[in-house]
Structures are given as C-alpha cells and as structure tokens.
Design a protein around this ligand. Structure first.
Ligand code: ZN
Length: 281
C-alpha cells in the first residue's frame, strides 16, 4: 500500500493551476493521499478562498475521490479566532488533520495567533502538517515551528519537507527532531517531499533522505523512524507533474531505502504504515 502524506489541488500563483482530476491522474499508483487545497494557501488574489470556502471545496473533492484524505487549511493570519475551523471540524469528520503554511501567510510559526488552532488540533486529536521552510526563514523555519510545537507537546506536528534549502538545513532540522525525541519536548514528524528533489533536479542518491532515516533509526530512544512519512507535494514541482515522473521518484525512493537498509518492514512503514497509524485510517 502507498500513502502519500502531502498532496494538493487548486490554484497556486507560484506553481500552477491543478484540478483534482489532474492530481488523481498523477497519483494513480497511490492508495490514499493526504490533501489540502491551494486555493486557501497561495492562489492569486482573485481566486483566493477563505478558510471555510476552501475547506468545503476540499471536502467536496474528497467525496468525489475517496482516495483523498482532507486536511483543513488554517488562516490564522486573517481570522479573528478559530471558530470557523471548529465548526468545520465538528461538522465534517473526514478532515484528518490541519494544514499550516507560515511562509505564504507571512506569519512567523512561533506567533501566538496559532495557539487557538493548535488548541483545536489537540482537542480534536488532529496532526498538523506544516510547510517547514529554510532554516533561516523568519516565517517557516523549523526552528520556529519547533518552538511552537514545544508549547503543544501532545499535538503531532509534521515538518513538511523537513526543511527546504540545502543539506545544511536538513542537518539542522534533523538535530531539532532528535532534540524533540530524545528530550521528549515535542511530538515531531517529517515527510520526505523535496528533501532530495530541490531545484527541480532529482538527487538520485537520496543522500539526505537516507541520512534522516539513519539518524532516526538510532536515537537514544531507539528506532523512531515511525516519524518519517512518504510525501511528494504533488503536483507542486516539475518532478511531480506526470504519473511517469511520480512513479519514477517513488521507485528511486524504494530502491535507495532498500539498498541501504535491506528492511522490508521499514520500507512498508515509510510508504504507508507510519501515515496510517498517525492519521488513524
Ligand atoms: Zn505542500
């Protein structure tokens, strides 16, 4: 089974206009995909939808394509409080988690404006998928996300992309993960989207992804690789634009993990088991 824990549809001013149908054509080999709607994240102003609108659109798409497991986009930069999101979570139980993009909101990840949303995540037991940006980003640095995650240690926080940028960012983000795990300070997870696909060029060796797995295999708290999820960010990024390229990337991931660790269970968990257990589906 394959679960992609990070996909989108919708209009992105930076990346393109992706219909749910187009997304479905790319992820044909996937059994489930955890999805959020770009129309509430970074669409052009004329197409931008507020929290409720964009999440209802997400819910409609998931009804049409049950393969999609919806995440509720959060807009704490715009809203007064989290009451609209509370209503949504109460009425639409299909939402498996929350999606938070501090970079596009231009709202630093350690801002108190997130507190009510993370409070809802705690109350409704929903993991939060963050865009985890460059280690030096003043909005979405994993350092800032970790700071906030420590205030909500019982909420699973996923560092989407681990951290963008070069290897140095990945190394530092892994140190944060280890600090959270070994000192029990926060409940951090990560997905592998973009780690070795930066700058539109696939790093076939997948060295940074393998480094992440290796480090989490041998922590002071034992094997913590259940905190790593397969994710692509499809259709965002040219390498995610066709079913063929998606399958190729998936194959490379499988191959590299197998060559390095020769561990069927590990591979299966990275590709689906970890996401299934985290999201409970
Ligand atoms: Zn994304």
């Amino acid at each position: 089974m394959i679960i992609d824990s990070h996909v989108h549809f919708g209009n992105s001013s930076d990346w393109g206009n992706f219909s749910p149908e187009y997304l479905m054509s790319i992820i044909e080999d996937v059994d489930y995909a955890v999805c959020s709607n770009l129309n509430g994240i970074n669409s052009p102003a004329s197409l931008f939808k507020d929290e409720t609108e964009c999440n209802l659109e997400m819910s409609e798409a998931a009804k049409k394509y049950p393969k999609l497991k919806p995440l509720a986009v959060c807009q704490p930069n715009i809203t007064e409080d989290s009451s609209a999101l509370r209503k949504l979570l109460e009425s639409y139980s299909e939402f498996v988690g929350l999606k938070i993009h501090p970079e596009y909101m231009r709202l630093p990840a350690d801002s108190d404006k997130y507190n009510k949303y993370l409070g809802l995540a705690r109350e409704f037991k929903k993991p939060c998928l963050y865009h985890s940006g460059h280690i030096k980003s003043r909005f979405s640095s994993p350092v800032l996300i970790y700071k906030k995650a420590r205030e909500f240690p019982d909420v699973p926080i996923i560092l989407g992309h681990l951290s963008t940028g070069p290897r140095e960012c990945h190394i530092q983000a892994i140190e944060l993960l280890l600090d959270a795990i070994e000192n029990g300070r926060a409940n951090l997870y990560t997905d592998v989207s973009w780690i070795d696909f930066a700058y539109e060029r696939i790093n076939d060796t997948m060295e940074d992804t393998l480094m992440l797995i290796e480090r989490l295999r041998k922590t002071k708290k034992g094997d913590q690789t259940h905190r790593i999820l397969w994710g692509s960010d499809a259709p965002v990024g040219a390498f995610n634009h066709t079913r063929e390229s998606y399958s190729k990337n998936l194959d490379i991931f499988r191959q590299r993990v197998w060559e390095r660790f020769k561990d069927e269970t590990l591979l299966e968990n990275l590709l689906s088991g970890n996401a299934r257990r985290l999201y409970g589906f």
